[in-house]
Design a protein around this ligand. Structure first.
Ligand SMILES: Nc1ncnc2c1ncn2[C@@H]1O[C@H](COP(=O)(O)OP(=O)(O)OP(=O)(O)O)[C@@H](O)[C@H]1O
Ligand SMILES: [Mg+2]
Length: 752
């Protein structure tokens, strides 16, 4: 259904066909309905299969009183009456009335039968009942209470389903915040396209208020507001998951705070609160944080900034809190023109251009390609440390700097203020997570296209107007169509379970793993589908499964699993696990310990793989800082880690300014591989050699790194070909790689 919708969307974007658009709307409507129905129809079998049975074993110490009183049981006869019992329709109805669906009935029966047949000594009460039934003195229905007792031991949830359902009743999230409900809040929605001054006007109010909180989607945006506010003479603190920065040198809290939305306090009272990019409330992963801020912030005025498509939903949510919404509409401050032709070739890229890519592969090949034409590039993508991002942005923004071209992912879609004249979409296809948490390649949404295009011709920069186009001619019609649409209305806001709710679940189901508890919670939960949806919990469960075997108190386990780490980075995951183990042993995670585990000090990167590794190490340091605010006693050297992070940021910056060289070096190593060791081992050897021992010079590997790079998606076959051609053509004599290969072979022989 969704795939068809994607195809249809592409078709109608490309053809601008009205019939097709109508059909798509219908399809969208039906798929949303289907989605809602699917959510409502959480079948009992699905739910039941989430309850992992507890093993019920016969007590081997039981003296066989039953046998002494009524004689031994004939196991063949016993099996016959057990089967008869289980086939009885009335029994099945009774079991269903007691919460056992067919799946649980079957599971319980298999276990009960084994229990009865394999036990040396059955408990006397069961023994006597069986004996009576076998001798015609009782009815098979007499077995029922014993069967039910067994089933409840196996499935403890049967006794507390009502409690569980109550705990996961999320139908009235507005009631979770009594402090906010006690205040008469004024809600102002600043709506309009990008670059229309929404945030500017909300911030004006923030900075002139007695006290305020700004909640932004990104650390960089929060830092920007923190800097702006302090510059304007309104002392403001910065709070992100990894940082607390006080305006007051003594460390006393200011009246104003700028934070990432997840960190917003729902206890502190403020005069003004600004919740930026409110349309993010629909985000499958992070939407819950905007919902929490909207419902929970205790402030006299709440300023929401974002797309007009969120107005209706916000109005409806505010009906449940009894609050009115005042809407202020804005128009774009500078014109934005869609060009009539695509760029076609990297030779046509001009000063002030920003080429937007949706994968690192494209970032690498585009920057390499542009540099091959003799132009300098700045590079920004999500995984870079903030200092590197800011340095790259400053280089590009500086009218005096010779670097006038930016290559970036959509990480620039929100946040950084950049002097972009023209946005060029290198592609319009982006990998996204669908509502099931699966990766899909799809055309970017109208909202994303508008957000990204809106970065061009930013008000107050050297460019009085902006323009936008595509790299490929065939994408231009689709882009035009996307930009002519208004963003899809937002129909639901995200929610997610709190630590308290999960803790209550754990109390009722002590044998369940945290990941299992989360699954049961999501399945049993009831949300008001007309306003809300349950956010994805995949990342949480991934971390929960990873540390399930580490003994931790539930609260600590829950907090560990909230850590914002990228599960696709194995190095970060490995250190995460080590952190959890150390914590579990109550051992300090010191600066020295961390140095040993990440191989500090680190060398500047020589290849792309080195750079990717350094980015992962930066994330590890971020993780340490994040944990230090939650488990300060054991992660007790955050200041040293922060110094380390600053140094690493510098090292990564050195790498980024030489991206082309790194790609070329990766190529050198690639051509030297002879394929007798797999890429993973090669990577590990390289990392060990380069970092742990701090050796200089290119390390020689033995594996097919090409395959590894291709598999990791760091290089594409085309890119590899291009790189080979360009390198041979421009920078190096053709013979050189052969020489290198000879040297490498010689060196390897010596090593052997
Ligand atoms: N009235 C104004 N006076 C001076 N500068 C302004 C004014 N309005 C907006 N700006 C500046 O214009 C730029 C764009 O404004 P702003 O960031 O508020 O736009 P926005 O609508 O929030 O855009 P986006 O949707 O991309 O977040 C900012 O640098 C802001 O400081
Ligand atoms: Mg804004």
């Amino acid at each position: 259904m969704l795939q068809n919708a994607s195809k249809l969307r592409l078709l109608c974007l490309a053809t601008q066909n009205v019939q097709c658009s109508k059909l798509l709307n219908k399809l969208n409507a039906t798929s949303s309905v289907a989605l809602l129905q699917r959510r409502l129809k959480k079948t009992d079998t699905n739910l039941s299969s989430l309850f992992i049975p507890v093993e019920v074993k016969p007590n081997i110490d039981d003296i066989n009183i039953g046998a002494e009183l009524s004689g031994n049981l004939n196991k063949t006869d016993l099996l016959k009456i057990l089967n008869k019992f289980f086939q009885n329709k009335e029994i099945k109805t009774l079991l269903a009335d007691n919460g056992l669906d067919q799946y649980l009935q079957h599971q319980a029966y298999v276990s009960f039968r084994r229990y009865c047949l394999e036990a040396q000594n059955l408990p006397a009460d069961i023994h006597l009942v069986f004996s009576d039934v076998l001798h015609g003195a009782g009815n098979i229905t007499d077995i029922f209470p014993y069967f039910l007792r067994h089933a409840k031991l196996m499935f403890p949830h049967l006794d507390c389903m009502d409690d569980l359902r109550k705990i996961s009743d999320l139908r009235s999230p507005a009631n979770w915040y009594p402090q906010a409900r006690a205040v008469n809040r004024k809600i102002i929605f600043h709506a309009g396209p990008t670059n229309s001054g929404k945030t500017y006007h909300a911030l004006e109010r923030f900075m002139t208020s007695k006290s305020g909180v700004y909640c932004g989607p990104l650390k960089l945006l929060a830092s920007e507001v923190f800097n702006k506010s302090n510059k304007r003479g309104t002392p403001c603190d910065l709070v992100t998951g990894e940082e607390r920065n006080f305006a007051d040198p003594k460390g006393d809290a200011s009246n104003h705070v700028s934070c990432t939305v997840e960190m917003t306090s729902v206890q502190n009272p403020y005069e003004v609160a600004v919740i930026d990019e409110i349309q993010m409330i629909k985000d499958h992963q992070r939407g819950w944080a905007w919902t929490r801020a909207l419902l929970g912030i205790v402030a006299e005025e709440i300023h929401l900034c974002g797309e007009a498509g969120a107005i209706d939903l916000i109005r409806q949510i505010c009906m449940t809190t009894g609050e009115d919404v005042e809407v202020r509409n804005y128009k774009r401050l500078t014109p934005l023109n869609v060009e009539d032709s695509a760029v076609g070739s990297l030779d046509n890229v001009m000063p002030g251009d920003c080429i937007v890519c949706f994968s690192k592969n494209d970032i690498y090949s585009v920057s390499r390609g542009i540099e091959a034409t003799g132009k300098e590039v700045a590079v920004i993508y999500g995984g870079l440390p903030p200092g590197t991002k800011l340095a790259q942005a400053a280089k590009f923004n500086d009218p005096e700097n010779s670097c006038k071209i930016l290559v970036a992912t959509d990480a620039i879609g929100m946040g950084l203020n950049l002097s972009i004249k023209r946005v060029i979409f290198y592609s319009l296809i982006k990998p996204t997570m669908n509502e099931k948490g699966e990766r899909e390649m799809d055309t970017i949404s109208v909202s994303a296209a508008l957000q990204i295009a809106g970065r061009a011709g930013r008000y107050g920069t050297q460019w009085p107007e902006g323009s936008v186009t595509t790299f490929k001619q065939e994408d231009l019609t689709t882009l035009k169509r996307l930009l002519s649409c208004t963003p899809e209305p937002i129909i639901q806001a995200g929610l997610h379970p709190t630590a308290d709710q999960i803790e209550l679940y754990a109390y009722h189901l002590p044998n369940s793993s945290l990941s299992n508890l989360m699954d049961i919670f999501v399945n049993l939960s009831t949300v008001d589908d007309s306003l809300y949806f349950m956010c994805q919990t995949e990342d949480f469960k991934f971390l929960a499964d990873m540390i399930q075997h580490v003994p931790l108190p539930l609260r600590a386990r829950y907090l560990f699993c909230c850590a914002p780490i990228n599960k696709k980075m194995p190095f970060v995951c490995t250190i995460f696990l080590k952190f959890a183990r150390q914590y579990s042993k109550n051992e300090t995670i010191s600066f020295d310990w961390l140095c040993r585990n990440i191989g500090w000090p680190l060398q500047p990167p020589k290849t792309i793989l080195d750079l990717v590794h350094l980015e992962a190490v930066f994330d590890v340091l971020d993780l340490y800082l994040w944990l230090s605010y939650r488990f300060g006693d054991l992660f007790n050297e955050p200041d040293l880690i922060r110094d380390m992070q600053r140094e690493l940021d510098q090292i990564i910056q050195q790498g980024i300014v030489q991206l082309t060289r790194l790609l070329r070096n990766s190529e050198t190593v690639i051509s030297s591989g002879t394929g007798d060791v797999d890429g993973e081992e090669f990577l590990m050897n390289r990392q060990k050699q380069s970092y742990l021992r701090g050796q200089k010079g290119i390390q020689l590997g033995k594996g097919k790194l090409t395959e590894r790079l291709l598999a990791q998606g760091i290089l594409t076959p085309t890119m590899l070909q291009e790189l080979k051609k360009e390198w041979n053509k421009k920078d190096a004599p053709v013979e050189k790689p052969k020489e290198d290969v000879k040297k490498i072979r010689r060196k390897r022989k010596t090593i052997k």
